[in-house]
Design a binder for this molecule. Structure first.
Ligand code: CMP
Length: 139
């Protein structure tokens, strides 16, 4: 299996709940390494840029206002099959459909405020990582 990197974001709802440490501990306990981590409060414009692929969706305004409503934690996870592994750890986008024990089942309240984001493919992971980190910040 290939060693991959993926972007995780601990969203403002999970930061407010005080579960940054629990989420990072979960990633590490599942064999994902933290290659970079930074707490950041996105502006509305920055959130709109990050989620530009969703700009035509009805929930775009709600999503970008929420993502800029408070600080997030951006994390680069590294490991074997990291993109799929992170998606498995997160669970379904809508916490109502998320499997027991997944981060969204544990910490999310709604499809809009769903605790964590994770890249969905190698191409998007590369773009999303570069949105938050310079190459020299990954170790
Ligand atoms: P995320 O993995 O960050 O990628 C896009 C986000 O859009 C997704 O998680 C959800 O939080 C959000 N989203 C998807 N569908 C809806 C919806 N129907 N209403 C509000 N937000 C949504």
């Amino acid at each position: 299996m290939a060693i991959e990197r993926t972007l995780s974001i601990i969203k403002p709802d999970a930061v407010k709940k005080g579960v940054i440490g629990a989420i990072i501990a979960r990633f590490e306990s599942e064999g994902l390494r933290i290659a970079a981590v930074r707490k950041v409060h996105l502006s509305l414009r920055e959130a709109q840029g990050f989620y530009a692929v969703h700009s035509a969706r009805g929930f775009f305004g709600e999503l970008t206002e929420f993502m800029s409503s408070g600080p997030c934690v951006a994390i680069v996870l590294e490991g074997e099959n990291a993109i799929a592994k992170n998606r498995e750890i997160m669970g379904a986008t809508n916490p109502a459909n998320a499997a027991e024990g997944t981060l969204r089942k544990l910490y999310a309240d709604s499809v809009g405020e769903n605790a964590v984001h994770g890249s969905d493919a190698p191409e998007t992971a590369a773009v999303e990582i570069a949105y938050f980190f310079r190459g020299t910040e990954l170790h």
